[in-house]
Each structure stands twice: as C-alpha cells, then as structure tokens.
Design a protein around this ligand. Structure first.
Ligand SMILES: C[S@@+](CC[C@H](N)C(=O)[O-])C[C@H]1O[C@@H](n2cnc3c(N)ncnc32)[C@H](O)[C@@H]1O
Length: 326
C-alpha cells in the first residue's frame, strides 16, 4: 500500500492548485522581486506581500521552506511533551506554521492565523480547504497588525520569519505580545547571523521572564557560541517541478537554514534535561562520529562517539544536525 501523503506533499499539491492559473513568467517575476526584497535586512515599511502575484510567489517559492523549518522546530518542541490544543500564529501569512503544527500536534483543535495582508490570508484560507485534518480545514485566517493583536490566548503562539520585517522596537513588542498571549511560544528566523541576533535577544527575554526554554538550547546560561559563529539548523525541502522552474534551480531539493527558540511558562511541560544539541552536520567517519554540540553545562565544543560505545554509536550514526546528542 502506498504510504499516506505527508502534509508537505499535501501542501505542495494545494499550492500547485492555487497557483495553477498564473502565467509562469508572471510568477517568476514576482519571485524575483520577493528574493530581492528579502535579501535586504532593513525593516519592511510597507508590506512586502503587496499584491496577489507576490503572495502566490511567496506560497510557491518560500512557503515549502518555511513549512519545513517549522516542522523541524515544532517536532523538537513536541519532544518536550507540549501538547497544545490551540495555536495562534502571529504574522502567519499563508499559514506555514498552521500546517506544520497541525501535523505535529494531533492535540490541536483551534488554529488562528493573524496577518496584516488580506491577500496572504485569502490564499491561506484556500490552501487549507483540502487540508488533511479538521483543525487545519477550520483554521481562522484574520486580519490584524503588530501592535493591535485581538485579545485572546492560546496554548502555543508561533512567530515565524516575521521579526526581520520589523523595527527593533516592534520586534521586542511582538515577542512580549506572543508571551502575553501564549502558554508557550516558538520563534523562527532565517538561519543567518542577523537572524541569530534576533533569536538570541528573544531567547534571553524568554529566559529572563522566568520561562522554561524548550529548545534548541540545552541550558539557560549565556549562549557559548564564539564571535563570528551563529546558532542555526537546516531542514531539507523537496522542490516541486514548478518550484524549480520559478526559482531557476536544478536540484530536486534545497536545505532551508533557520534559527529558532521556544519557551513555555513554568509548569506547562515537565522539566526535561537533554544531553546536548548537535550544532552542525555530524562528521560520520569509519568507526566514529564527530559532533559539534552545545552542552547542558553552558559550553560548546567537540564530542566524539566511537564504535566502542556500542548502542550509543549506533544512535550516533543516525543522529542529524539539530538533534539531541545521543
Ligand atoms: C516572511 S512572511 C512569513 C509568513 C509566515 N509566518 C511563514 O513563516 O511563512 C512575513 C509575514 O509577516 C507579516 N507581517 C510583517 N509585518 C507585520 C505587521 N506589522 N503586522 C502583522 N503582520 C506583519 C507579513 O505580512 C508576512 O505575511
């Protein structure tokens, strides 16, 4: 029997359906404009997703990647035992976090996506029409802007790829609002040095408020990475033929680099120590695996697991960048 399609495949199909009628050149031109705009790290000012074409281009060329990053992040968060019944996605655009959360957390019953751009919300609503689960099919996509989110609360609040579009003041306010609205928060940014700086600031704010860090850090001490280094991870994204056409690449996949942090109010999940976080692709050699890790004692460095370590070595062979150190 063929295995059931994953949500990534269902999302790809839904995106292909909604972009079907748009001329490839039109989508490619809108994608080019978006790529140019996202390369700039200046706050957005007027919305970047300012037309139906740009929103469609975002869905076709960026959403599979942001969805892959979120799936990785929320999968790690789920390992802490968090089981939210409600999700609020601030700056949720076309709903990538909603798709990732609905697959990761079968506990979810209500999903609300808030964004300033009606066109993005409209496309998000169309995408979930064919979604594999009820919680996603009934997700609400509502218009709201940073600084005036509607009152409410949720077990989990996501903020994904939004901080980079905001001024420093807005970024601080958005993280504070996410924490005020949620029992837990997950924040994702591009895996770049400046994305790391925004994540670090959010991480220290979450920690200093007395919340529990759910990841990726295995400790709540100062970040041990040396100057010039930055904490980031990678998620593999399968490219559809259309994605390759509009983005002009030959490879059938790409690696989306991202940084993230998640935290929860005290007592929301049982405290659970991890043995370390793998910070790079492990080097898998004959007879040993070498890792760069962040350790629970607040240091970062090299760990080697050799064949002599039996079962631990077998788990080390399977470990990936971003996993817990076996
Ligand atoms: C790069 S997109 C990310 C969309 C989605 N979160 C994802 O991960 O695919 C940034 C989103 O943030 C939204 N956004 C930016 N500034 C905002 C603001 N001031 N208020 C509300 N939404 C905002 C944009 O409209 C856009 O949908």
């Amino acid at each position: 029997m063929p295995s059931p399609p994953t949500y990534a495949a269902a999302l790809r199909d839904a995106i292909a359906d909604v972009t079907h009628g748009i001329a490839p050149q039109q989508l490619a031109a809108a994608t080019e404009a978006l790529i140019g705009r996202y390369r700039s790290v200046a706050p957005a000012g007027p919305p970047i997703l300012d037309s139906a074409d740009r929103v469609a281009a975002y869905a076709a060329y960026r959403m599979p990647a942001t969805h892959a990053a979120l799936s990785r992040v929320l999968g790690t968060v789920a390992e802490t035992g968090l089981a939210p019944t409600s999700l609020l996605d601030l700056g949720g655009g076309t709903g990538a976090a909603a798709w990732a959360a609905a697959e990761t957390f079968t506990s979810l019953r209500t999903i609300t996506v808030l964004d300033q751009v009606e066109e993005a919300l409209r496309l998000g609503r169309r995408l979930v029409e064919s979604a594999p689960v009820e919680a996603l099919r009934t997700a609400r996509f509502e218009r709201a802007a940073e600084g005036s989110w509607p009152q409410g609360s949720a077990d989990l609040v996501t903020v994904s790829y939004v901080l980079s579009e905001l001024t420093a003041d807005q970024q601080g306010r958005l993280v504070a609002d996410a924490m005020a609205l949620g029992q837990a928060v997950a924040i994702v940014e591009p895996g770049t040095p400046d994305g790391y700086q925004r994540i670090l600031k959010a991480r220290n704010g979450i920690r200093d408020a007395g919340w529990q860090l759910l990841g990726p850090c295995p400790h709540d001490l100062e970040c041990p990475l040396s100057a010039g280094d930055w904490c980031h991870f990678a998620a593999r994204v399968n490219r559809s033929a259309e994605h390759r056409r509009i983005k002009g690449g030959e490879l059938s996949y790409e690696d989306e680099k991202f940084g993230w942090v998640a935290g929860a109010r005290p007592g929301v999940v049982a405290g659970q120590a991890i043995s370390g976080r793998v910070l790079r692709h492990p080097l898998k050699r004959k007879g040993f695996v070498e890792f760069q890790v962040c350790r629970p004692d607040g240091t970062a460095g090299r760990e080697v697991i050799s064949r002599k370590q039996g079962e631990r070595y077998r788990r080390a062979r399977d470990a990936e960048w971003g996993d817990e150190l076996p």
